[in-house]
Every structure is written in structure tokens, then in C-alpha cells.
Design a protein around this ligand. Sequence first.
Ligand code: ATP
Length: 225
Amino acid sequence: MALLEVNDLERTFGGIVALDGVTFDVASGETNVIIGPNGAGKTTLFNCITGYHIPDHGTVRFQGTDITSTPDYKTARTGIRRTFQEVDVFDELTVAENISLGAFESSPREMMELLDLLDIHDKEGSELTLFERKRVSLALASEGELLLLDEVFSGLNPTEKPAMVGYLDALAERKTLMLIEHDIETAFDLADTVTILAQGQVMKRGTPEEMLDDETVREDFLGEM
Ligand code: ATP
């Protein structure tokens, strides 16, 4: 059984079709990267998986349980956690205090160590760099089994990007990851599987190698790669 099963999801906003029959599975331990042009439906897909939006049609199953109509504050408890493009860390609290709000069932120490947060545990949120804030929000999301990460690399500099790949590789050994990513090279570095979403539909799913071998995919979605 797959960890996540998305079946025939549809979601419209007024007349706009954001998701149009999206079906795919994510296996436990897999790192799945979603790419696709602006407006393809990537964020709406995350919103429907977490229950922030309820789809008009179709189902989302997590660990075999139908969670299609489960609101997001409850899906977080079932084991689906998320980071947002806008990083939400409290400015007036230290790193350790921010982490303590994460309702960790086990000690957060392992994740703080993995994300190099122990050395800056007493630094205040307002003093953190974007890269540090992103690592705090990753630690907060890491209590889940399935982590949905929205553009974790945006705004990072060329030294920080490979370091973030390293952190995500380490996380991926423990968790199942789904990432929305615009930087194709970074996406392909991390991905076991890539899902191309365009106009609310899955255009192709496969390994990075399968994507690169497909001429239509290269021309339509991968720029000059
Ligand atoms: P981007 O890469 O620009 O973030 P995306 O692939 O995440 O895009 P979505 O944000 O999911 O795409 O949007 C898909 C379509 O649905 C777009 O046409 C968008 O305008 C529309 N849409 C998404 N959310 C809403 C909403 N709350 N109200 C109205 N339209 C929406």
C-alpha cells in the first residue's frame, strides 16, 4: 500500500479549474518532486492533500485512511505536515522556544541536530537568516511522516542551496517528502520521482532519468536541459 494515494482530484475556483483529474501514489520513503509552470495547480494540490481545501471530486488516502474531508489541523495530527513559502517563525521567540511550540511527541533534539540548530538554539527569530528560518520551519514540520515542502530553496544563495540539499537528503532517510520546486536542477538532484503538473493535470510521472529521456518533456517543461 502506498503511503499517500491521490485519486482523480478535481478542484475549481469559480470558473477556474485548478485540479483536473489528478491521480498518483507516493510510496513510503519516496521523495517526490512536483514541477510545473505557474498556475499549474501545485499549491492547490498541497492544499487538497492537507485538507486546507476540500476537493470537488476525488479522494486522498493517507496510510489507507480516507482523509479527503479531514481539515488541515487534523491531518497534521495524522502525520502530514507542511512548510509554506512564507516562513512562519515567531520573531520574539528563540529557536528553541519556536521548536517547543511544535508539539513534538519525542525529543526534537535529533531534528535540531540534523538541521544544525543546536548551536543557534538561543538566537531570536528576528535575528535569523532566511536559511536558518527555513531550517526551523523544517524542524517544526519534521514530526510528520509525510512532509509537504513548498519551495524550500527560494531565496537561498548558491552556498546555501547545496547545504539545503544535504539537509533534505538526511531528512529523506527518515521521512517521505513531497516538494514543490521551480529549480529543475535542484529538483532532479533530490527526486526519486518527478511529477509534472500542468493545467491541473499530471502530464508525466517518472524518475529524473525518464524525464530527461523524454523529448517532449525536455522541450515543454525542462527549458534547455
Ligand atoms: P505557482 O507556481 O505560481 O505557485 P501553482 O502551480 O501553485 O502556481 P495554484 O496556486 O495551485 O498553482 O493555482 C492553480 C490555479 O487555481 C490558478 O489559476 C490560480 O489562480 C487558481 N487558484 C488557486 N487558488 C485559488 C483561490 N483560492 N481562489 C481563486 N483561484 C485560485
